[in-house]
Ligand binder design. Structure first.
Ligand SMILES: C[S@@+](CC[C@H](N)C(=O)[O-])C[C@H]1O[C@@H](n2cnc3c(N)ncnc32)[C@H](O)[C@@H]1O
Length: 188
């Protein structure tokens, strides 16, 4: 069973995230994305980021775990949520921003390439992407969950065919420079 389709693990994960805060990342996003823009979050999980994002943007949260969507919806009845896989992003809607925080690392490299192509299709022409990754150069399966680690150079290579890099930087999640955020604009 997929890790995030196991109710016990999802509940444990939500507890583990109680003290996390992505305010610093979202403050960086605000430098590039106007207030009230339409933003899609891929892999919203417990919705900690979504809670911050929706104070400033028109947001649609999504995940491919129905459990996360149901738990969030229960407390946030007016939120717009979609059941979406980050690879196929099966929606007719178009967005000003696609945001994910430590989600695309769960895809294989091939799935990530397909996701990027699809993200280009569902992004408005002036739109931007904002994604984060754990930094490294290995790959592992932990408790049934895939983790693919990236260095800056590899991320640039993967994205630059379809997107211009606006900003790419290290940041600290647990240890100095253990994570990377990347902001991209569509090549027209
Ligand atoms: C590290 S959590 C993200 C936490 C979230 N950023 C927050 O604010 O709490 C990873 C999330 O990615 C989701 N996920 C993993 N693979 C996915 C996929 N292929 N499509 C959509 N969501 C996926 C998981 O269900 C999980 O909710």
């Amino acid at each position: 069973m997929n890790y995030f389709n196991d109710e016990r693990k999802v509940k444990e994960y939500i507890k583990m995230c109680e003290d996390t805060n992505s305010k610093e990342l979202i403050d960086i996003l605000k430098n590039y994305l106007e207030k009230d823009s339409l933003l899609l979050e891929l892999g919203m999980g417990p919705g900690k980021d979504l809670n911050l994002l929706k104070k400033y943007y028109n947001t649609i949260g999504s995940d491919n775990s129905q459990l996360f969507l149901d738990i969030y919806k229960e407390k946030n009845k007016d939120s717009e949520l979609l059941f979406l896989d980050a690879v196929t992003i099966n929606t007719e809607k178009k967005f000003d921003c696609i945001y994910s925080n430590k989600v695309l690392q769960h895809l294989t490299r091939e799935e990530l390439s397909n996701s990027i192509l699809r993200q280009k299709e569902v992004l408005n022409d002036e739109g931007i992407l904002f994604h984060t990754f754990w930094r490294g150069n290995s790959e592992e399966i932990y408790d049934g969950l895939r983790f693919v680690y990236y260095e800056k150079e590899e991320l640039i290579n993967i994205f630059e065919k379809y997107f211009n890099i606006i900003e790419i930087n290290y940041y600290c999640e647990e240890k100095e420079k253990d994570s990377i955020y990347i902001i991209l604009k569509k090549k027209l």
